[in-house]
Design a protein around this ligand. Structure first.
Ligand SMILES: C[S@@+](CC[C@H](N)C(=O)[O-])C[C@H]1O[C@@H](n2cnc3c(N)ncnc32)[C@H](O)[C@@H]1O
Length: 326
């Protein structure tokens, strides 16, 4: 696929462009939330309201993504009775910690990892804004909470500045924040693996399968990228210096699943977002479809055919993780 045939960029320019995708995701989420697709009282503390409106198909796509990931996560939390940990890889400005706290669904510990400069911004906002810091303090017990420019470690929430391509350091950071490999663990990656080379993403999945005996990995990202529409998506990002270097794994639902099965995971399921959207409760879909007029139904369909949810499990302790489904 063309994503791999661009002239090489310097690593710094590439990493900077990848970090920029964090803002894109948060701005799209903030816009969709402001229109009423779903509720999130915390995102406004991380990202300003975008000046220009976003197309309804983008907001509907984000709605399906947020609901799909959240349904899988909640199924895992239910199965393990929250006696588990969540590791959100490339979390950006995600507000999931606060949502779970409000819903009384916090796992034993919730970890986030992103590049140090992204983490520094997140921590700066948390420090400056009591609606963000208060829930962290409330859920904290025991020794004093550790917080510096590039990391935060409280008893229920840790934010780690690290590079997902450096696995020994990643593991070291997580362990320093009391990550317990023997707890059932759910790892989440939303639009992250595609920014890693095939070797790096395979290495990450293999590392996770090796260290956690009972685990689920939820991956949301592009799929069916070998067709014309996929090519345009690749070119759009390339024009902003953002090369989708992991796009080979996004060729089909099969390649998405195979990456897990070849790297130590026991089961893998992948469905495109057309199916995820169709699985949402009809009353919710009716509500969000009434929010904005959508002219380009075909475009929405095409967009949703080019994103998928893939989840994989390893269930050495027979917790029933393989039964988890949307
Ligand atoms: C498209 S954004 C998605 C952010 C978030 N998961 C969401 O859905 O809102 C991709 C995120 O992955 C992070 N990321 C990509 N490669 C990374 C790496 N090698 N190490 C750490 N973080 C990385 C970026 O900094 C960015 O925050």
């Amino acid at each position: 696929m063309a994503g791999t045939s661009r002239p090489p960029q310097t690593a710094d320019v590439f990493d900077e462009a990848v970090r920029g995708t964090c803002d894109d995701a948060s701005l799209c989420k903030r816009y969709a939330i402001s229109v009423g697709y779903w509720k999130d009282p915390y995102i406004e503390y991380f990202v300003r309201q975008p000046k220009e409106r976003k197309a309804p198909e983008i907001s509907r796509g984000y709605y399906a993504r947020v609901q799909g990931v959240s349904n899988l996560l909640e199924a895992f939390l239910k199965k393990t009775e929250c006696n588990c940990q969540i590791i959100n890889l490339g979390a950006g400005m995600d507000t999931l910690f606060w949502k779970l706290k409000d819903e009384n669904l916090l796992p034993r510990k919730y970890f986030e990892v992103d590049f140090p400069s992204i983490v520094a911004r997140k921590i700066h906002n948390i420090k400056a804004k009591p609606p963000l810091s208060k829930p962290i303090m409330e859920s904290h017990s025991g020794e004093s909470l550790l917080i510096d420019a590039h990391s935060l470690d409280s008893s229920r929430y840790a934010i780690i500045g690290a590079d997902l391509r450096d696995l020994p350091k990643l593991e070291e950071h997580l362990k320093k924040c009391n990550m317990d490999p023997h707890l059932p663990t759910v790892l989440v990656a939303e639009c992250v693996l595609i920014y890693l080379t095939q070797e790096h993403s395979a290495g990450l999945l293999k590392w996770a399968a090796g260290i956690f005996p009972s685990a689920m990995f939820i991956n949301y990202e592009q799929v069916n990228m070998a067709d014309r529409f996929g090519q345009i998506m690749i070119e759009n990002l390339q024009s902003r210096q953002c090369n989708l270097i992991g796009v080979e794994h996004c060729r089909s639902l099969e390649t998405q699943k195979d990456r897990f099965l070849q790297n130590g995971w026991e089961t893998a399921t992948a469905i495109d977002m057309v199916k995820v959207y169709a699985s949402l409760p009809p009353t919710d879909v009716k509500r969000i479809e009434a929010l904005e007029f959508l002219d380009e139904k075909e475009l929405l369909e095409q967009l949703m055919q080019h994103y998928c949810l893939c989840w994989a499990t390893k269930d050495s302790c027979n917790l029933g993780l393989t039964e988890i489904t949307l």
